[in-house]
Design a protein around this ligand. Structure first.
Ligand code: GLC
Length: 408
């Protein structure tokens, strides 16, 4: 696969599940607890000695993610605390094989991905809070890091991609990325290479080998494309509350509206959407995480057949709305569609006029995909059309609603 094919294959996946899991999941204060809370750092040895996520069931989690429309999953194989969820094959004793659990979690993950038809991706830290080599002998540290990634390249079959994170901890350092990335290319020619540029440098291409730029916590924008130039793919990763790893006392969860709007907008901008969950120390996931996945699957029902292969268009539909094209039909994604104030209000559904600019052909019919109801429209001059977007009827509110447009 050349770079173009690799990127296109990744873009077609559209949506993935991010999972932050490690020793920190037991402390339940987020994935930075070792660094931020000395009390947790003190207990870290104990966490390691007791690590035993017996209820971890990737097949269960991934099949739910798949129902929500996700086609790939990214798991933290090693986070900044330096603990590896994989068998490091002698490189370090600080891995899952030396805990009471004693099973290679990355093997379980990749097996479950294959069973569920999801593409496995490996998050791997560049940084390490506990490895003394990082400060004492950076060269030796980077050798250890590359050897670790090589273990991941050579023991788990085809990997969808590598997702690095932590170069931001020292942007002046020479992380010897050419050596790291060429080693990956040698073993896994089709794997995506991603390296998170963090909150301060969203959407930036940090190295010529990079296949996708990152937008940590969203803030996406329409990307400018240069005709004839192969652009990297893009991916927005977002948390459901304010932590990536499980944080028991962070109940500040985002509403489904914000997540579904972020997911839909990413689709409109041709940016993959990577939604994070942080399983708890025993391996279970929270009812909220499950609930969100469930709601996304309900939303997906209206677009599942066109969501992946449809192309973006230049049709301007105003505000955050956008139009995709698939097999000669157009799909208008409508944000902020009105809904009845109450069950007594259903006789007068409010409709909003949406002006489409740049329609290549005249419209023949428009109907909502969720209930099949037809929408009134008119074809004006100069590729302009007007659609009467009727509000949700009683019993529905899909947050971002999709209308199918057939042309003459
Ligand atoms: C940031 C956080 C890190 C997290 C990552 C995921 O780099 O520091 O903990 O894993 O974002 O995007």
């Amino acid at each position: 696969m050349d770079k173009k094919e690799r990127i296109e294959r990744f873009e077609k996946l559209r949506m993935g599940l991010f999972m932050h899991f490690g020793l920190y999941s037991m402390a339940g204060e987020g994935e930075w607890a070792f660094f931020n809370n000395p009390k947790v750092a003190e207990k870290y040895g104990e966490l390691f000695e007791n690590f035993n996520p017996e209820k971890l069931d990737f097949e269960d989690i991934l099949s739910q993610a798949k129902a929500a429309g996700m086609k790939y999953a990214v798991l933290t194989t090693r986070h900044h605390d330096g603990f590896s969820l994989y068998d490091t094959r002698g490189l370090s004793e600080y891995d899952v094989m030396h805990t009471p659990y004693g099973k290679d979690i990355i093997k379980l993950f990749t097996d479950a991905c294959r069973k569920c038809g999801m593409m496995p991706f490996f998050y791997h830290t560049m940084h390490d809070w506990q490895n003394p080599l990082l400060n004492e002998d950076f060269d030796a540290y980077l050798k250890y890091l590359r050897a670790s990634v090589e273990v991941l390249c050579t023991n788990y079959g085809d990997v969808g991609g590598f997702w690095f994170d932590g170069c931001w901890s020292n942007s002046e350092a020479d992380w010897q990325l050419d050596a790291l990335y060429s080693m990956i290319r040698k073993h896994q020619p089709d794997a995506m290479i991603i390296n998170n540029t963090g909150l301060a440098y969203r959407g930036i291409i940090s190295h010529p080998y990079i296949d996708a730029v990152t937008y940590e916590q969203g803030h996406i924008e329409k990307r400018k494309k240069i005709p004839g130039v192969q652009m990297p793919a893009a991916e927005a990763c977002e948390t459901l509350n304010n932590h990536w790893g499980f944080a028991r006392l962070d109940i500040n969860y985002r509403a489904p509206k914000s997540i579904i709007e972020a997911l839909a907008s990413s689709r409109g901008f041709e940016i993959n959407y990577l939604m994070n969950i942080g399983p708890r120390g025993d391996g279970t996931i929270s009812p909220y995480d499950r609930g969100i996945l469930d709601l996304i699957s309900i939303w997906m029902e209206q677009v599942r057949d066109i969501f992946y292969d449809a192309e973006t268009t230049d049709i301007d539909a105003g505000s955050r709305n956008f139009v995709l094209e698939a097999k000669g039909k157009y799909y208008l994604f409508v944000f902020d569609n009105t809904s009845p104030e109450s069950e007594h209000d259903t006789a007068n559904p409010v409709s909003e006029k949406i002006i489409l600019r740049g329609m290549p052909r005249r419209i023949k019919t428009v109907k909502w995909r969720d209930n099949g109801c037809e929408l009134a429209f008119s074809n004006n001059e100069n590729g302009e059309a007007l659609i009467e977007a009727t509000g949700f009827e009683y019993g529905r509110n899909l947050i971002v609603r999709v209308a199918e447009i057939e042309c003459e």
